[in-house]
Design a protein around this ligand. Structure first.
Ligand SMILES: Nc1ncnc2c1ncn2[C@@H]1O[C@H](COP(=O)(O)OS(=O)(=O)O)[C@@H](OP(=O)(O)O)[C@H]1O
Length: 903
């Protein structure tokens, strides 16, 4: 009995103990439910793809972030690179340019044989902070005098040089030819013809900044037989990276028949190449070398191959930063935002179920360990909630339950594209339904960020989208990959329109139709390449701000998006010192435009010239409603007369008049540009067949920004500039201001105006002087036009001929413009003695002249002013003559006279 009782008692104890243990366990589990874990609602997650493994180099970050750069004097050089490229378009040349454009370093290219060096110094400042030679032998084949000039420049301005020396491919057409020999006159030799593997960075190299040593890029390095390997006895040379010789087994098999062409590489014994460079790495070969400048004071980095291998792209940026002493440096911070589009959208079977939502939350928590505060931005279209199958409906419910784990941004109520709506009220009402959906479900949309389905409406601009974004959501930030164009992707940029900041969005390689890794376009290898040093990695490398767009379906199925970003973030972490960060979209936009203020102003493009843009442009719009040519001025050269004459042609139609600036739209030059393309197009009629549209705004010619803008919107279209003796033009402007009762012009003689000292004179006087004199530096302005337009596009009209013989001027012009039918202006124009100018012959036989404000009556210019201006413009006119001759343009008689009179 006692025994029984004892047994029962001990059983009770066990049960009690079990209860206590379970309670402890429960308590422990609850206590562990910190925000970084998430209660898993359903077991059996669908994740089949393995997570990324840890880096090998956790302890090896010797210098950590922001290691000090090569110290040197940077105050005497500009932030620009001089690049010497070989003739023709080589892959390496393109890679260099793409890398520089991607990281947005400014550069000047000199290509082909170098006879004369470009100007290196102006105003005693070095024009370049770094020099790059695509081929080191270009440098050695320079005339000694030029080479010495470059060396002296580098010494005087503390400027470094990057060279590329590629093996057989760079210098000979033969493949697999073993070359070896000295590297020019440097105490350095090279050889190639060896298959290589296992790329490794030298942790001791001071060049490394973005590149983080410690990992080994294992395996065979494709095309490495062409890589040059360096040897030297001199301690000025230090290795930046190492490789080792691959054995025959390391060569990839059956790789598109490549193997058959491989000759067995002769084993290169290290002793054959006495080497002071890498005593501790005796089995290693050096393919990127740093000349520390011990010999001649010039620091150099020499790449033994091109930039095809991804790590060389990283080292290239590091070499630029190091050799320019940090003058050309990209910050280490990389801001990341990952948008998930189409939340609640998607066909049955392609949406996320509850497990996927859980996996997403858990992944977000994991990313937060690397990127503090990382939060996915979810773009929703409320209409389709609960449209999935049962499990997906559960997923939707869980999304709503854990809504506060994410940031939310509006997409469109039913994933509609903004440009389908020309009626703004209708568009806004759809947005409003989505807004009410967000309120109902407490979705946090406080980021003032939105993304338009298919980018529609953002660029090309659909005003209605901006209206409704403002009205319904108070949107301040968006992102698109369509500005200025989708491709090339490294040239995507940001812009601001109607106070909405548009950030460039990057492509991450996940598509709506890609569901699983096995079916990834190009196979899983393609995605892995993309992550491991390929385009996704390069996006992190080159862009300080990365907004990636992904889709809901990529987080269901095999959760390819989680896999992709897990591995991509890990790869960046392991191989670079880049610091991954996240800030809210508005803050990101602010940071972006603080860094790239030049991008704030949009540049309008013709939507019809980009297929993708045309697809997301309202069908009610018509690109034919744009001018076929533009008269650009300058002011007071007879532009109104020309405008009037052109309008007399039955096929030619000008823009409609403006309420404020009359016959001129003045779009490209001032504030009107920010009113957008629709505004500009509204000034043109929809042309009939054969109609030729044109615009004239005399303010365009001398405003530097116009050429770029005009050519962006109207590429290849002709522009017409009228050149009149700049002295006469200046005087005409002065008289124009007097007749407009301008106080300064009334109070000062012309001579006083043009000779006023720029220091100490009243602002109004200086301003009047500028407007009189500056447009007359025709060569300077033309030079700017020629930077953006071809010489063929520019038509020069002689202002004197236009005034004194408009019949001839108009005949010439019609021919230049290639009009199908030309008209005879002698039947339309007649010199009117009383007016002193040509006037239009009316049907009645009477004449009609331009109004009083054109062809004014005023006294002739005084001799003193005339002599002053002759001298003032003498250089400018001589340059104009040279420029017109060099671009094969007819020379106005007055230019010849002015220049000849100087002799
Ligand atoms: N046919 C005809 N009728 C009237 N005026 C003519 C004509 N042809 C050329 N000109 C010259 O045009 C000068 C005015 O130039 P713009 O029209 O370019 O001036 S503006 O910039 O638009 O204000 C104007 O300058 P002013 O003489 O100073 O008034 C004229 O010299």
């Amino acid at each position: 009995m006692w025994r029984k009782l004892r047994k029962i008692a001990s059983l009770r104890k066990i049960v009690l103990a079990l209860i206590i243990v379970s309670l402890f366990g429960l308590f422990y589990s609850i206590s562990q439910l910190t925000p970084t874990t998430f209660p898993v609602e359903r077991q059996l997650p669908r994740l089949v793809l393995p997570p990324a493994s840890e880096c090998h180099n956790e302890m090896s970050n010797i210098r950590g972030f922001d290691q000090p750069l090569n110290k040197g004097n940077t105050s005497q050089t500009r932030q620009k690179i001089l690049v010497f490229l070989r003739d023709g378009h080589t892959q390496l040349g393109r890679d260099i340019v793409t890398a520089l454009e991607s990281i947005r370093f400014k550069f000047n290219i000199q290509s082909g044989e170098i006879r004369n060096l470009p100007i290196l110094i102006d105003d005693s400042k070095g024009r370049y902070a770094l020099i790059i030679f695509e081929d080191i032998f270009m440098y050695f084949s320079l005339h000694q005098w030029n080479r010495e000039m470059i060396d002296k420049y580098c010494l005087d301005f503390d400027v470094g040089i990057i060279y590329f020396l590629r093996g057989s491919k760079s210098r000979s057409k033969e493949n697999d030819v073993v070359h070896n020999g000295p590297v020019g006159t440097f105490p350095l030799s090279y050889f190639n013809g060896v298959n290589l593997k296992d790329y490794q960075l030298n942790p001791q190299s001071p060049i490394l900044r973005i590149a983080r040593p410690g990992e080994i890029w294992q395996g065979f390095l494709p095309f490495s037989k062409n890589w040059a390997l360096f040897k030297s006895d001199h301690s000025t040379y230090q290795p930046v990276s190492f490789v080792i010789q691959a054995g025959p087994d390391d060569v990839p098999q059956g790789n598109k028949g490549r193997k058959s062409r491989h000759r067995r590489a002769a084993v290169v014994a290290n002793k054959d190449f006495p080497d002071a460079m890498a005593p501790d790495f005796s089995d290693k070969l050096v393919t990127v070398v740093h000349d520390t400048g011990q010999l001649d004071g010039i620091q150099r980095v020499i790449f033994g191959s091109g930039l095809t291998f991804w790590l060389h792209k990283v080292l290239f940026l590091d070499a630029i930063s190091y050799l320019s002493h940090g003058k050309l440096v990209s910050p280490l911070e990389r801001y990341i935002q990952i948008d998930i589009d189409d939340v609640f959208v998607g066909t049955k079977g392609n949406r996320m179920n509850a497990d996927d939502v859980t996996a997403l939350v858990n992944f977000q928590d994991k990313v937060r360990q690397t990127i503090p505060g990382f939060t996915f931005q979810l773009g929703f279209s409320g209409k389709f909630i609960f449209y999935g199958n049962e499990k997906e409906t559960e997923g939707d419910r869980l999304f709503l339950k854990v809504h506060d784990r994410f940031a939310w941004f509006p997409h469109m109520w039913s994933h509609m594209q903004a440009h389908w709506f020309n009626n703004v009220t209708e568009l806004c009402s759809y947005m409003d339904i989505n807004a009410r959906f967000a309120v109902r479900h407490h979705l946090n949309t406080s980021s003032h960020y939105a993304v338009a389905p298919h980018h529609a409406g953002v660029f090309p601009v659909h005003e209605q989208l901006y209206d409704c974004w403002d009205q319904i959501w108070n949107i301040t930030t968006t992102s698109t990959e369509e500005y200025p164009h989708l491709r090339p992707d490294h040239k995507r940029r940001g812009f601001m329109y109607r106070d909405v900041k548009n950030l460039p969005r990057q492509t991450c390689g996940l598509f709506t139709h890609t569901m699983i890794l096995d079916k990834y376009p190009g196979g899983p290898e393609a995605l892995h390449d993309h992550i491991n040093g390929g385009s996704l990695f390069l996006s992190f490398l080159y862009n300080q701000f990365n907004i990636f767009m992904t889709h809901l379906s990529n987080y269901g199925n095999d959760r390819l998006a989680i896999y992709t970003f897990d591995h991509a973030i890990n790869f960046v972490r392991c191989w670079t010192n880049l610091k991954l960060l996240q800030v809210p979209p508005e803050t990101m936009a602010k940071k972006y435009f603080d860094l790239y203020p030049d991008e704030l102003d949009p540049v309008w493009l013709n939507p019809c010239l980009d297929k993708r843009h045309l697809e997301i442009w309202s069908t009610e719009k018509n690109c034919n409603q744009l001018p076929d040519f533009v008269v650009v001025g300058p002011q007071k050269t007879g532009t109104t007369a020309l405008y009037w004459y052109l309008n007399m042609h039955p096929d030619v139609k000008s823009n409609l008049p403006s309420a404020t600036t009359f016959e001129e739209v003045q779009f490209f030059s001032g504030k009107n540009y920010f009113k957008g393309l629709d505004w500009y197009m509204s000034y043109f009629p929809i042309p009939e067949n054969n109609t030729i549209l044109f615009e004239k705004s005399a303010t365009y010619f001398d405003q530097a920004v116009v050429a770029k803008r005009l050519n962006a919107l109207l590429p290849k279209k002709p522009v017409i500039a009228i050149l009149l003796d700049p002295a006469k033009r200046a005087y005409s402007w002065y008289q124009h201001m007097r007749s407009h009762d301008d106080n300064t012009a009334l109070q000062h003689s012309f001579y006083e105006v043009i000779t006023a000292k720029r220091e100490g004179s009243p602002q109004a006087l200086i301003s009047l002087q500028h407007r009189c004199l500056d447009p007359g530096f025709y060569a300077v302005h033309l030079d700017n036009w020629l930077e953006h337009l071809s010489a063929k596009q520019i038509i020069i009209v002689d202002g004197d001929t236009l005034k004194d013989n408009p019949v001839r001027a108009m005949q010439d012009l019609q021919e230049h413009l290639g009009f199908k039918s030309t008209i005879d202006y002698s039947k339309l124009l007649k010199y009117e003695k009383k007016k002193g100018f040509y006037c239009q012959i009316l049907k009645s036989g009477k004449t009609k002249c331009l109004g009083k404000s054109k062809g004014r009556q005023y006294p002739e210019m005084d001799d003193q002013s005339m002599n002053y201006l002759r001298h003032y413009y003498s250089d400018a006119n001589r340059k104009l003559l040279q420029m017109l001759q060099s671009i094969n343009k007819p020379i106005p008689l007055w230019v010849l006279e002015q220049v000849n009179s100087q002799h």
